[in-house]
Ligand binder design. Sequence first.
Ligand SMILES: Nc1ncnc2c1ncn2[C@@H]1O[C@H](COP(=O)(O)OP(=O)(O)OP(=O)(O)O)[C@@H](O)[C@H]1O
Length: 568
Amino acid sequence: MIAIFRDFRPWLLLLIQRRRRFLVGAFLIWITQMAGLALLGLSGWFITASALTGIALTLGIAAHLDVYVPGGGIRFFALTRTVARYIERLYNHNTVLTLLADLRYRVFGYLTQLDDARLHGERASDWLSRLTADIDTLDNFYLRILVPPFVALLGIVTVSLFVAIWLPSVAVLMAGTLGLLWLVVTLFAATWGFSPSYQQVVDQQSLRHLVVDQVQAAAELMSYQSAQWHREIIAGHEQQAYINQRRLGRKAALINSLVSAVSGLMVVAVLWLASLAFTQQLVTAPIVVMAVLIALGVNEMFIALPASFMKLGASYAAVRRLNQLTSDSKPVHPTATLSEEAGLAIRTNHLSLHYAQTLQPALSNVDFHLPAGKRAVITGNSGAGKSSLASVLMGRLKATQGEVTIGGELPWQLSSESRAHHFAMLTQQVDLFDTSLAENLRVANPSASDAALWEVLGAVVLDGWVQQLPQGLATAVGEKGQQLSGGQARRLALARLMLRNPQVVFLDEPFAGVDAATAKHIAASLDQWLVNRTAIYFVHRANSLNLLPGVEYHWHLDAGKLSQCLLN
Ligand SMILES: Nc1ncnc2c1ncn2[C@@H]1O[C@H](COP(=O)(O)OP(=O)(O)OP(=O)(O)O)[C@@H](O)[C@H]1O
C-alpha cells in the first residue's frame, strides 16, 4: 500500500498544484448535485402538500397552502441545477485539458533527457503509449478518482444534516448506510478490482505489440506461411484478455448490484422510520415524501464511483511505466557550450561502454586523439562497436567508464543547441519525414535557398534524378521515405547534413548502398566539404579507404577494442 502511494505521489503532487481548480470544480459538482436533490425533495413535498390540501378542501376542511414560495423554490433549484451543470462541465473540462498539458509537458521533458540506449531499448509504440494512453489514464484520475469521492462525502454530510432538521433517526440511518456504501465503492472496489484492471493494461500492451508485429512483418509471415501461426498466438492472448476483462466486468457488476440493493433497502428503511415518525405526529406527510425522495436521489452520487475505482490498478500500471522514465532520465539539463574559435580536437581516455543486459562491453578502453581539423577512419566488422562509439562521441550515450572530450568539453554535458550547432552525424538509420524532398532538406537549414538545395543534391549525385521528376524538389518522399530507394534515402540524408556548417562530423557508412562511380563522386564532394572540419568516417571495410581522401589516421575496432593501423 505504501509502495503504491509512493508511486502515485509525484503525479498527485503535480495534480495538486492545481488545487484551487480542484476545489472550485468540486464545489460546482456539489452545487449541481445538491440542487438536483433539493429539486427532487421540494417537488415531492409540494406535490404531496398540494394533494393533501386539495383533499382537505374537498372534504370541507379548512386548509391553505402557500404555492408561491415552494413554486419559486422549484424554479430556483431547476435553474441552479442547469446553470451549475453547464458551468461545472466547462470548468472541469478546462481543468482536465490544463492537467493534460501539465502531464504531457512533464513526460515529454523526461523523454527528451533519455539517451540513445534507453530510447532504442523500447518500441516506438511504447513511447507513444506513454505519451497518450498512460497520460490519459492519469488525466482521468482527477475527474474520476479524486473529485467524485470528495464530493460524495460532502453530499452525505449535507443531506444527513438537512434531513436531521425533521427526522434525526432517518438522518443517522442515511449517514451510516451511505458512509458504508462510500467505503465499498471506493476502497473496497479499488482493492477488489486492482489486479484485473492492472492486468488489463498489460494485456492491451502485449496485444498491441503482437498486432503491430503481424502488420509490419506481414510479408515475411506470408512468405514463410506462418501468418496463421502468428494469428493463433494473437487469438490466445486475446482470449486471456477477454477472460480477465470478464472477471473485471463481473466484479464491477457485483458491486453495482450491491450498491443498488443496499440503497434500495435504505429507501425502504427511510420510508419505515419516517412513517413511524408520521404516526407519532412528529412530522407531516409531505416531509415523509420529501425524505424518501431524497434517499432515492442520493444514489446518483455513487453511480460512477465503482467503475472508476475498479480501474485504479490500470492507473497504477500507467504510473509505474511513467515512473520508469523519471528514474532513467538525466537529472539536469546539460548547459556546457563550445566556443566558435576553439579548435575541436577529439580525445578519448580509457573509454568503455557497457549496455545494460549485455555480457560483453560494446567498447573497452578506447584511447585515441584526433587533432582539430583532421580526418580519421575507424574500421571494424559488423558489431565491432562503431555506431556505439559514434553515439558516445556525439554525446547521445554516456560512457560507462573513461571519458571523451571534444574541444575540451564532455559531449554529453553540452547543451543540445551547442551539440546541434557544432556536431553533425550521418547515422546508419535514415529518418525522413513524410513530406517533399525540399522540406526534408530544409530540416537542416530552414532558410536554405533552392540554389543551395540543388548544390547539395549535386554533391550526392541526386540532382539529375530530381530534375527528371515531374514535381522536382516538391516531390513527396512518402512515409519514412518509402518512395526512395535505400541508397537514395541515405544520399538525401547526407545532402541534408551538408546544408549545415558543423565543426565536427561523424559519417557512419556514408557509401552504403551506393554504386562505385557514385561513391567516388560523393567522396570527392565530401573531401571539399570537410576542409577545416574534424571528421571521422566509420566504415566496415578497409577497401573503402581509397574513397577517403585527406584521411590521416586509421584505427581499427575489434570487439570494442581499438588499435592503430598504418595508412598505406
Ligand atoms: N541499444 C543496445 N543495447 C544493447 N546492446 C547493443 C545496443 N546497441 C548495440 N549493441 C551491441 O553493441 C555491440 C556493438 O554494436 P554497434 O552497433 O556499435 O556495432 P557496429 O560496429 O556499428 O555494427 P554495424 O557495422 O553492424 O552497424 C553489438 O554487440 C551490439 O549487439
